[in-house]
Design a protein around this ligand. Structure first.
Ligand code: PSU
Ligand code: MN
Length: 301
């Protein structure tokens, strides 16, 4: 059920560095045309840092590993592309639909293709109030079970980050801070939550990935790479916007898979686009570090 493009296939066969990229961020995470523009810039950043990008999405029921520019454009524009997590996959495959892959499904398809490193903005997590709603992203279960390393800017402050870390610990997910001991909270570098492990170079990260793989310690690795200080948002402002967005969401009764896309769009509106700008910057920074890690891993694996 997957189709790998020729360039990616060749790179994988030669043991070269490949970086997986997701498509929910394109279809449901950012408005058009910034979404397409960003997806292409992220691919360019991966290339600039010596790796081959593979943007992943599902087209007519086939998992495409390495979409073309036109396909990315279509993902950015087309209405009704379903946000596809693990539970949705069989339906999307069987009915030959288009599916935007979340962190969870991008991990599944990347693993299937043999790609170790995946770059995104932020992963899903335990939502605030999950004690009542049970809203915990399927991304966390995927990190528990699927052998892929996810480079991201931590998880968004729309989540309960403390509970997210607890969950990751319970499920044996290795969490590394890139050049920091503090979990990043997406729009800022500072969640106030401590991480046990810090890596100071792409090679150090690659060595830990290798140690997990050669010892068959099933599951993912989460690398939290903070947004560069110059692009970070003012914590007070963004926290207030997040609180307001969550209130609005509750008032409208929005929940389940619509929750994250709604909050992202609402926060963008409340910050007059500033949050989108930060979002773009942090993904680009993740692309750079992720490509460097993929390169080091390709050399030592
Ligand atoms: N974080 C972002 N942008 C996004 C997402 C997360 O900064 O677009 C998407 C990812 O695809 C992630 C998904 O896997 O939201 C999580 O959704 P949920 O909370 O419904 O599992
Ligand atoms: Mn959810």
């Amino acid at each position: 059920m997957i189709r790998i493009n020729e360039e990616v296939k060749k790179a994988l066969a030669e043991g070269k560095a490949v970086v997986a990229l997701e498509s929910t961020i394109i279809s449901h995470g950012m408005p058009y045309p910034k979404n397409v523009e960003t997806a292409l810039r992220v691919e360019a950043e991966v290339r600039k840092n010596g790796a081959i990008p593979a943007t992943i999405g599902i087209i007519d029921g086939v998992g495409v590993i390495g979409m073309t520019k036109d396909e990315i454009e279509e993902f950015g524009k087309r209405k009704g592309i379903l946000k596809t997590s693990r539970r949705d996959l069989p339906v999307i495959f069987a009915k030959k639909l288009w599916g935007a892959t979340t962190v969870a499904t991008t991990m599944i398809l990347a693993r299937e293709a043999g790609i170790e490193v995946f770059v995104t903005g932020g992963v899903g997590g335990v939502h605030r109030g999950a004690q009542e709603t049970f809203d915990i992203s399927a991304d966390l279960q995927e990190l528990a079970n699927t052998d892929v390393t996810v480079v991201c800017a931590g998880a968004k402050a729309i989540l309960d980050l403390k509970l997210t870390l607890e969950y990751l610990e319970t499920y044996g997910v290795t969490v590394l801070g890139y050049k920091t001991n503090e979990l990043a909270d997406f729009y800022t570098a500072h969640s106030g939550l401590q991480l046990e492990y810090k890596v100071d170079s792409p090679l150090e990260a690659a060595e830990i990935i290798k140690a997990k793989r050669i010892n068959h310690l099933k599951g993912g690795i989460l690398i939290s790479n903070p947004i560069p200080e110059e692009y970070a948002m003012d914590k007070k402002i963004i926290d207030k916007c997040i609180d307001d967005a969550i209130k609005e969401m509750d008032k409208l009764g929005i929940h389940g898979k619509d929750s994250t896309p709604f909050l992202l769009a609402k926060i963008c509106e409340l910050t007059k686009g500033d949050s989108l700008e930060s979002n773009i910057r942090l993904v680009l920074n993740n692309a750079k570090i992720g490509a460097q890690i993929a390169n080091e891993y390709a050399k030592i694996k």
